[in-house]
Design a protein around this ligand. Sequence first.
Ligand code: MTE
Length: 319
Amino acid sequence: MRRTKPTDPTWSDVLQQRREASGRMHRRAMLAGAGAMAAGLGLARPAPLMARSLPNGARPSAFSTSEDPNSWEEITTYNNFYEFGLDKSDPARNAHRMTIDPWAVVIDGLVDRPGTYDLADILHGQQLEERIYRFRCVEGWSRIVPWIGFELAGLLNRIGVQPSARYVAFETLLRPEEMPGVNRRVIDWPYREGLRLDEAMHPLTIMATGILDQDLPNQNGAPLRLVVPWKYGFKSIKSIVRITLTEDQPHATWEATQPREYGFYANVNPDVDHPRWSQATERRIGDGLFARRRPTLMFNGYGEEVADLYAGMDLRRHF
Ligand code: MTE
């Protein structure tokens, strides 16, 4: 994927081609289209889905999966957010302590317009979309999340990426008085992550601000978190306060903490096992204790969209 300016017509062409190639038309978009056609033909409309409105002018997206999303409860009560504790239930219990208003994000490094941007500045001019994405944690569980968000590329293009930039680094808030988990030095706080610039600019990569028709709850990374659906969940860093464009590959928390177990790329890959468990299958949250595990898909099922980003790379070495 090349880096292009927002006004460059080739960008939307590439995007359009990818959408057509993917063949994964958003179920609701299809139903909306079918509904409009049905109305013209005097057929019954799929009323419940047509009636559902998305928040803040968000649009449905052709990138959404047609799989059924998990419930609010399933998405917001079983979380990894170590700043609030190591147990899956700790974030839902403790994250309300985090102050998210006001919120500022420093955007710096190799950009034309570095600065401290508040949330309204960040959202200004960004088209919100609903992106119903598969989400696969490196631990072997998965779920379907109806995110509301905008493409990270839109924000980066607005800030102006300089030609020497090759990576994007992200940092989570570190506020010990509100985050009981950071007293334990399980990792070198703050939580940090990074992407190659072409990964960051990929249209599947979003900054999420909501789930379903709600603002992001704190335990899921309010008010602004990254979502990279073809990578293991730990790349999708929460509650972001800094975005830095760099020339060198940035520090990434899990890669730095346990380099034998977690790589910088962390692309979902059923053929490359974690040293301590297989990655061939996954447990879908909500499936029930005795349900069969599901096969894990290469790039979490987004291979048609992203495989060319890694052409020629040895994915066992760059895991
Ligand atoms: N971001 C921060 N700041 N701290 C974390 O502990 N955990 C990561 C990722 N982002 C984490 C984080 C991991 S391991 C996963 S699987 C996802 O968040 C979980 O996101 P969810 O709780 O919204 O499902």
